[in-house]
Design a protein around this ligand. Structure first.
Ligand SMILES: [Zn+2]
Length: 397
């Protein structure tokens, strides 16, 4: 395992601040709010229907329209305040973490227990509009795209898909002050070039190619800076921020352009959390932290500089598994090199495949091991890695 560069520790310690008691207590009490009917990543529309039907009469629940395959897409509203906040999740069908978090949040607002003061202050200052599982047809297949094979997050400009139209209609009708664009990212993103996974990544999307920072985008950056600082207490060094190149077909960028302060939150990987239930909990405290600082305007003391200092999100830095210095033998000779293994998500399950063979000294993995024992025969990229995982990692699980 490569060492974490020392400079990285230094950088993280600079941004560490005393924990806000609200999020510390929320973290400790999360089990009181967790929606226990949702326990794994492959959730479907039929899993959330009963939860929406039983949401309770403090919520205003509407179907805002149908997906391609005729599944209802819901909007759930609560709050009496002036600040309008729209939160939408799972526009990519295989990105369910924040959908689960939304149902945890509904439980929180239904019965906030010892956090009644905080819940009241949020609901007195804000009106919340939740749109969970924007792409239910994709969720059914556990695939990114909708039933038309359109990537909804590249459809914000033309809104060809019905799901895109519904989200854009909500935005145009509500004109929200703040928007939470909730996604999952590959678990192989790292926070900078390190072995630390980017467990939560952020973006304050640009609304033009000059990446102008106007007052609305500045608010996004301030809120993200505050969430990022707060999260260091729970996942030090495991946050990152996306590149902010302007993408006019993406929803975050387009909604930011319409004058909403958008915060993209991406749920990434965390060691030994294959169903992302810990990452779901981090979403819960992050969003409630953000709602609280929006409600009381305390985000305004945060700086753009603090946002800019968040480590970059580095794609494909990590593997699920790396076998170091594997000894190969066979027709193409005897040689020693590294093997990288990654999972791919199919409708029913994850498959582990050989993803790279060669010098992986610049990469990291959730689980790494030095090769030992008898040499192995040649593998091809894309071959199943099950045998190798069983041979080298079973005892590490
Ligand atoms: Zn996504």
């Amino acid at each position: 395992m490569k060492k974490i560069p020392e400079i990285f520790y230094l950088k993280q310690s600079i941004i560490l601040k005393p924990i806000a008691m609200f999020t510390k207590h929320l973290f400790e009490s999360y089990k009181d709010f967790k929606e226990t009917n949702l326990t794994h990543r492959r959730i479907k529309h039929s899993d959330i229907i009963p939860l929406i039907k039983n949401a309770g009469n403090m919520f205003n629940v509407n179907s805002i329209g149908k997906s391609c395959e005729n599944r209802d897409i819901f909007q759930i509203n609560i709050g009496n305040g002036e600040k309008k906040i729209l939160l939408w999740s799972q526009m990519h069908g295989n990105e369910p973490t924040a959908t689960q978090t939304i149902f945890d949040l509904l439980n929180f607002f239904k019965n906030p227990k010892q956090f009644k003061n905080e819940a009241d202050s949020i609901l007195n200052a804000c009106k919340l509009f939740f749109v969970p599982m924007l792409n239910p047809d994709g969720a059914e297949q556990f695939q990114r795209r909708n039933a038309q094979q359109i990537d909804i997050n590249r459809d914000a400009f033309k809104t060809i898909s019905p799901e895109s139209k519904l989200l854009m209609n909500s935005v145009d009708e509500l004109k929200p002050d703040f928007g939470f664009n909730l996604h999952d990212q590959d678990i192989w993103y790292a926070s900078g070039n390190t072995a630390y996974p980017a467990t939560i990544s952020f973006l304050a999307p640009a609304f033009d190619s000059e990446k102008t920072i106007d007052s609305k985008r500045k608010r996004s950056m301030q809120i993200i800076a505050s969430m990022n600082t707060m999260l260091q207490q729970f996942i030090p060094g495991q946050t990152a921020k996306y590149n902010d190149d302007f993408m006019p077909t993406a929803f975050g960028d387009t909604i930011q352009q319409k004058g909403t302060s958008v915060m993209l939150i991406e749920s990434g990987g965390y060691k030994n959390d294959p169903e992302k239930q810990f990452v779901r909990k981090l979403n819960f405290i992050s969003i409630l932290h953000a709602l609280k600082i929006i409600a009381d305007n305390s985000y305004q003391t945060e700086s753009v500089d603090s946002y800019n200092k968040i480590s970059p999100n580095v794609k494909n830095c990590l593997f699920d598994y790396i076998i170091r210095n594997a000894k190969f033998t066979g027709q193409v000779g005897n040689y020693t090199t590294d093997i990288g293994i990654r999972s791919i998500s199919k409708t029913e399950q994850d498959l582990y495949l050989i993803d790279d063979i060669g010098d992986l000294s610049q990469h990291f993995a959730y689980k790494e091991i030095e090769f030992s024992g008898n040499p192995i025969h040649q593998y091809k990229i894309g071959d199943s890695a099950d045998k190798l995982i069983n041979r080298f990692f079973t005892e590490l699980k």
